[in-house]
Design a binder for this molecule. Structure first.
Ligand SMILES: [Zn+2]
Length: 339
């Protein structure tokens, strides 16, 4: 990003281009006055416990303060304010939110002789932290599609919308009556189902998934295992004890198939307990969705406001129409919008 994000540019965006109507239809008109907002203003000061009487006041605030980052939080039984902070008033609801960030797939350990950190993450493309390419972005796409399908098919929620975070990830908002009223423990239960892997080393294999999570397991084969296998080389599969010829056959077949499932996986992968366990653990370690649990569980957290500008990148937190086709690089920036 070469252009500098100035306060003037930000104010101009919120005055002329920020689509207030679209934003309002996204969060819903109900109890707007009781909704918490938070902003990064001035010299990177983060303020929250703000609420607004109407959308004109909200827009005015964003324009006058040239807000660097804008966040929207939960709804309470009265308007949050500095005198009436959210800890003192009664919580009513907040959308169920899933946060996916590409740097969750990085990890470092103390390594080399010179004391430098050694990379033990799963991004073999070479991207680190905020960087991404089409290859590693597919981790986020798969994770979002996986959660989207799980919410719809296993929980019956239809209304889930994905928003670009403005930098290196996406947020999934479930906006239905039942889940928005869920407390922390109910949100944790959903997470426990979605992230059956409690083991931080992520060595659990697909075979260990309990039978009550069968739909989830099937989805792992059709999406996560498929994604892993189409990206593998015969040499890589050979390291799990699969012969090179067999490995070539597996990759060829998975690539040719539109639909992939549990049965197909079982037929293709050699019937050897050790091989299967090692391979399926690796599939989970490399490609299983990595959800920021804190974000989903914390009912008081504020999240980036849809259509707002990311203060570091200048990119707009747009609503994603098609997860499979969405790449951050194609997102409009504040400068595109003001042209
Ligand atoms: Zn990459």
């Amino acid at each position: 990003m070469n252009d500098k994000l100035t306060p003037e540019t930000i104010s101009e965006y919120y005055e002329k281009k920020f689509p207030m109507k679209k934003f309002m239809s996204f969060i819903g008109l109900s109890e707007f006055k009781n909704r918490e907002f938070g902003f990064v203003v001035g010299n990177n000061r983060f303020i929250r416990n703000l609420s607004f009487q109407n959308t004109d006041h909200l827009r005015e605030f964003m324009v006058e303060n040239s807000v660097k980052d804008a966040y929207v939080g939960a709804v309470f039984d009265q308007p949050p304010s500095r005198e009436n902070p959210i800890q003192k008033i009664k919580w009513k609801f907040r959308e169920l939110i899933f946060d996916l960030d590409i740097d969750e797939y990085d990890a470092y350990v103390d390594g080399g002789e010179k004391g430098e950190k050694q990379y033990v993450g799963v991004r073999s493309c070479g991207c680190r932290d905020d960087e991404y390419c089409d290859e590693c972005w597919s981790l986020i796409q798969d994770a979002a599609i996986f959660i989207d399908q799980t919410m719809k098919e296993d929980f019956g929620y239809k209304n889930i919308t994905w928003i670009f975070s403005g930098r290196r990830g996406v947020h999934g908002w479930v906006r239905e009556k039942e889940p928005i009223e869920f407390d922390r423990n109910q949100r944790r239960a959903i997470l426990d189902y979605l992230t059956f892997i409690h083991d931080p080393t992520r060595t659990q294999s697909i075979e260990d998934i309990p039978s009550e999570a069968k739909p989830l397991r099937n989805r792992i084969y059709s999406l996560i295992a498929k994604s892993y296998l189409v990206r593998s080389t015969a040499k890589e599969l050979n390291e799990f004890g699969i012969s090179l010829n067999k490995a070539r056959e597996i990759i060829k077949e998975v690539k040719a198939r539109e639909e992939f499932d549990h049965n197909r996986y079982n037929i293709l992968i050699p019937d050897n307990k050790q091989v299967r366990k090692k391979l399926s653990s690796e599939i989970i370690r490399k490609r299983y969705p990595r959800i920021d649990r804190k974000v989903t569980m914390d009912t008081n957290r504020v999240s980036r406001m849809p259509y707002s500008v990311h203060g570091k990148t200048g990119q707009i937190a747009i609503i994603i129409k098609d997860l499979r086709k969405f790449y951050p690089v194609s997102t409009p920036t504040i400068w595109d919008s003001l042209k």
